[in-house]
Design a protein around this ligand. Structure first.
Ligand code: SF4
Length: 303
């Protein structure tokens, strides 16, 4: 079994109390059953406080979010009381994993950092160098892949190589669509995005800014757009193992990149920090939502 990661993965560090969009605010946090059992055994005042902060449902236990949807273990200094009291090993699976995601192939797990984390977004978008995949762990066992999975990995490599070619970005994106086999239909995509499930009013404002935008984004951010598209392909193409929709998923990655470019274009004097924030928002609003991805895939196939 091999564990594969992008080469920037080991450089990631959570910025905790310096994070402006903490993942400990606004998200429901499920506690895995093994950790829930561990928490029941924690003694003393801290154990009592911790257990009172958890609600146990029929199928899953979660932290009771407090005012402003804050995790009850997030203290006023922006630090996690579980970590400060008991160490990082006390975190439940979701908190220990975040912002990591995984894609599973037979004999191969691909691990990545999700862009909805602002520090991951900064690390990914500010890199000059193209993403390379590296083997982080290998236990020496080999599990044969079926032909379809091998084919998907080969397509994935071809798409990433194409994206990293020395050509104008728009041509590279067009080339990706050609390789994927689905063009993006002409329609008012801002309206399509407005029709999706939304979390934050800042996203509505960002979409409103698109109404009059012409897609000519700042050239100095081109590298960040390529890094964004690399990320999207790495994260979302493996979903084709489930739905077999390689053309739709390639088009979704290109559409997402064009939306990021348009958002940057619509913001006067757009800086790298603005671009990182748009990418983070796009990630939280769109690519972390299976429903929204599925609605966009449907819209891409509409014609
Ligand atoms: S969003 Fe990222 S940087 Fe912010 S608290 Fe969560 S893991 Fe840390």
């Amino acid at each position: 079994m091999k564990l594969i990661v992008p080469d920037y993965h080991p450089d990631f560090h959570c910025i905790a109390d310096r994070c402006r969009h903490s993942c400990c605010i606004g998200w429901e946090i499920d506690i895995d059953p093994a950790t829930r059992e561990k928490y029941r055994l924690i003694p003393g005042d801290f154990g009592a406080r911790l257990n009172a902060a958890i609600q146990d449902g029929n199928e899953v236990s979660t932290f009771r979010l407090g005012e402003g949807e804050r995790c009850p273990m997030l203290n006023r200094n922006g630090l996690c009381d579980l970590i400060t009291e008991l160490g990082e090993g006390s975190l439940c699976q979701i908190c220990a994993d975040h912002p990591r995601f995984r894609s599973f192939f037979p004999g191969r797990t691909e691990l990545g950092l999700g862009l909805c984390c602002e520090e991951a977004a900064r690390l990914i978008l500010t890199r000059e160098k193209p993403m390379k995949l590296i083997v982080l762990e290998d236990d020496g066992t080999e599990t044969p892949m079926d032909e379809e999975d091998e084919c998907l990995l080969a397509i994935h490599d071809t798409l990433i190589c194409t994206l990293q070619e020395d050509m104008p970005l728009q041509e590279r994106l067009d080339e990706l669509l050609l390789l994927g086999g689905l063009t993006i239909p002409e329609q008012n995509w801002t309206e399509v995005y407005r029709g999706l499930e939304r979390l934050d009013s800042a996203w509505d404002a960002a979409l409103d800014s698109l109404d009059n935008a012409a897609p000519q984004p700042p050239a100095e951010l081109e590298n960040a757009f390529v890094r964004f598209c690399e990320y999207m392909l790495y994260r979302h193409l493996p979903g084709a193992m489930e739905d077999e929709d390689i053309p739709g998923r390639v088009a979704f990655c290109v559409l997402s990149t064009r939306v990021l470019m348009a958002l940057c274009d619509a913001k006067p004097g757009c800086t790298m920090e603005d671009c990182i924030e748009f990418a983070r928002m796009y990630s939280a609003e769109i690519e972390y939502s299976e429903e929204n991805i599925s609605a966009l895939l449907d819209a891409l196939w509409e014609e």
